[in-house]
Design a protein around this ligand. Structure first.
Ligand code: AMP
Length: 255
């Protein structure tokens, strides 16, 4: 696996690749887990070259504490990516990605103000801006995103259509631990007691009753609920477990 630390090096490689090559791209913030690796597998199955980026994007954190404590585990991440037979890992610096000091931004003003957007001001503008930058740099044929962050995926797909970006956006299923808890980098911050509570969250959220029933069951289990909502035949949740914010969602069509 080739590690690329600057934009110029990747551009040279990108230029030298044969036109027949298909490039799959998986953007991540690192601290990789089986959810991320399912995306690299999907990319390897459908492309001849897979690029993974690792960048903890400061502009999408509305909570500075969350940014500071975001787990950074680069050495282990690189081992996982090598084992997963990823071809290129792009690890840029914030200064190179934001030469404009974030004065230029991509924002959406309809879907992004609901659900996550209502509780995380500026979050989706940070996400859309960084994904746009990465798509412009990597120029992949297909980019892979997790259903775990469904609203993010939907906004990114909308953005690529709105701006005529030549990349297909593919969504991959949420990968869960045996307990039902969705893999997330934030799970690593949970103590054993909080992990038990997080598993309870996944369990109660999947019990298929009404949103208000789910909400009262969560509150009874001592879990702080930010929202439980249904939209477009999908159920979404955001909760706090010991100050750590967890999200989940699933399609109601599958029930
Ligand atoms: P992150 O590193 O959290 O920015 O996530 C990078 C990508 O991995 C995003 O497209 C996420 O939706 C996806 N992802 C995160 N957790 C999971 C999971 N448990 N299952 C599937 N995809 C995931």
């Amino acid at each position: 696996m080739q590690i690329i630390k600057n934009i110029h090096s990747w551009k040279e490689i990108r230029e030298s690749l044969d036109k027949k090559e298909r490039i799959g791209f998986v953007p991540t913030m690192g601290n990789l887990h089986p959810g991320h690796l399912s995306l690299t597998r999907a990319s390897r199955n459908e492309n001849t070259q897979t690029v993974v980026s690792i960048f903890v994007n400061p502009t999408q954190f509305n909570n500075p504490d969350d940014f500071t404590h975001y787990p950074r585990t680069l050495t282990n991440d690189l081992d996982l990516l090598r084992n997963a037979k990823v071809d290129y890992c792009f690890i840029p610096q914030a200064e190179t990605l934001y030469p404009d000091n974030y004065h230029y931004q991509i924002s959406e003003n309809l879907q992004s103000i609901d659900l996550e957007g209502a509780y995380r001001p500026g979050h989706f503008t940070g996400v859309l801006t960084i994904v746009m930058k990465l798509l412009q740099i990597i120029r992949p044929h297909t980019a892979y995103f997790g259903e775990k962050d469904y609203q993010q995926y939907a906004l990114i797909e909308g953005m690529t259509k709105a701006f005529f970006i030549d990349t297909t956006i593919t969504v991959c299923p949420t990968i869960r631990e045996d307990s039902g808890l969705a893999y997330s980098s934030r799970n690593n911050r949970l103590s054993p007691e909080l992990r038990a509570q997080a598993e309870q969250f996944a369990n109660i959220f999947h019990q298929g009753s009404t949103c208000s029933q789910i909400e009262s069951n969560l509150i009874q289990a001592g879990i702080e609920v930010e929202y439980i909502r249904e939209k477009n035949n999908r159920r979404f949740a955001a909760v706090y477990v010991g100050g750590i914010r967890l999200i989940d969602n699933y399609s109601l069509c599958a029930l």
